[in-house]
Design a protein. Sequence first.
Length: 581
Amino acid sequence: MYRTHTCGELRLENIGTPVTLAGWVQTVRKFGSITFVDLRDRYGITQLLFGEALNPQLDDQPLGREFVIQVEGTVTERSNKNKNIPTGDVEITVSKFTILNKAQTPPFTIQDDTDGGDELRMKYRYLDLRRNIVRQNLELRYRVNRAARNFLDSKGFMDIETPFLIKSTPEGARDFVVPSRMNPNEFYALPQSPQTFKQLLMVSGYDRYYQIVKCFRDEDLRADRQPEFTQIDCEMSFVEQEDILNNFEEMLKYIFKEIKGIEFKDAFPRMTYDHAMEFYGNDKPDIRFEMKLVNMNDTVKGNGFKVFDEAELVVAICAKGCAEYTRKQLDELTEWVKRPQIGMTGLIYARYGADGSIKSSVDKFFDESKLKGWAEKTGAQPGDLILVLAGKEERTRKAMSELRLEMGERLGLRNKDVYAPLWVVDFPLFEYDEEDKRWVAKHHPFTSPKPEQISWMDDLSKYGNIKANAYDIVLNGTEVGGGSIRIFQRDLQEKMFAALGMDEEEFNHKFGFLLGAFEYGAPPHGGMAWGFDRLCALLGGSESIRDFIAFPKNNSGRDVMLDAPSAIDQKQLDELQIALK
RNA sequence: GGACUAGUAGUUCAGGUGGUUAGAAUAAUGGAUUGUCGAUCCAUAGGUCACGGGUUCGAAUCCCGUCUGGUCCGCCA
């Protein structure tokens, strides 16, 4: 046995106990004839004292940072206690030590405020993972995982694994593809999600399924997107949307209570997709603060100001208490909206002074009484600032959504310790793909339309109006989960495929197995999938999911530690019958 | 596919407008030190200024290209 205790557990009550510890050398503090060593493992840090008798041995066998050592000794009370660490009342008076393994000096310091940059820490991820902060993130992830499993288990959900080597479908995200050696010129795809499998499990009668499972999408990455990510994937039979929302709202409440000690007493608010788009400009509103978008078309048009008169949409927000913004700050905001990522040509503003006067950047076209109308429309009070954008509807709404978030950030309204969950419901069934000039599924092609709108699928002009029984759970402006009631009848599913532009041959080829299954007694069903990494990041107060993944990839999809992806041997290519371009 | 940003000692960074020998902190190494816990003090060593090309009498600095990291737009049912 290498150790009798961990480095985190010894306390005053252990005084006098002979112990053996093993761990990593955090620091060595040498004082002539005595030496202190901080010994670290996953559980904590314990101070070792090499006294006068043993100290000379350290001259022959010097200890360096990150050496792995084993020590025997006795737990003793410290004369100078350290209140900053749990084991700070005691130290181990060492009688014997063994160097189990030497270590090179690490390229960055293994401590909370490390000097290492991102790149280096990713390359030596196994060292980065030794750091408290990173370890705590992984511990949080594990606890969230346990909480989700506990909850789902208590509700009778059954964890069933589904395959990773499956069939490629062109819908949705790009597939990662795996060549098949035994079937030359053919390829598996890695699942973007276990969607069809969980539906087949419903057909098989496993009416409550879940899985915490990897999904793969070959698309460009972001701080909150990885090519392989983890979902809490769930599906239920004989349920309506209301049942699913209630069940998973309870799950999120349970997770919050277990992980953060936060109790949500009230039901989560719900908002329709249309409402979210109109008043927040996006389908995942951050409702920690108001600052709603106000459509100004009727208020401002027809005053001879071309920018407004020619715009599809004029939209405003009211920034509370910002009337005193300086010209410099407003210019900066203007520059901000003119960045290519936002893409507006300018920003119009009106300051509602504390004295009741209103001054705008377009006084030439709008006198004070007209500007009072702006204030009335936006709910601005003396002391507030009205910000206005105008232009093409979609771009302008989107830009204002971004500006709203930016203003929320600047005004400190996006406190990461405040959690505001929200259901967004009634998503559209379809959206129009401008590039391909066709209608595509907004959620996925297995999503059920609102039953009363099914007949609209025969009328192309109504496609944009059809709503689905589809919903997202949004937390602080981040989509952390989503799902839908599924189609479970063959004829409706065929109708859906046809609406998406597939002919009979095509959908039979791609989804014949599902259509076939629907002919053998498919129950009504629905479910949802949670972005597990994002949920962990939110609970951990971080923007980046990489902090919560043991071995993440960078934003080019590379694993810089392994240096993957990489070229493969010609022999491997030959076996796969693949020729490189 | 595109935009922005960064790359200087092991590491984190500083090095207006081009100009002598490229600095600091930290880590490392050696020495001193019996109560530290971010130990302290003294000393030492440490540089392909990412890479390639160009402008110039002269480039870490200016220009072009490439690579790498990060953030974002497009994309991600």
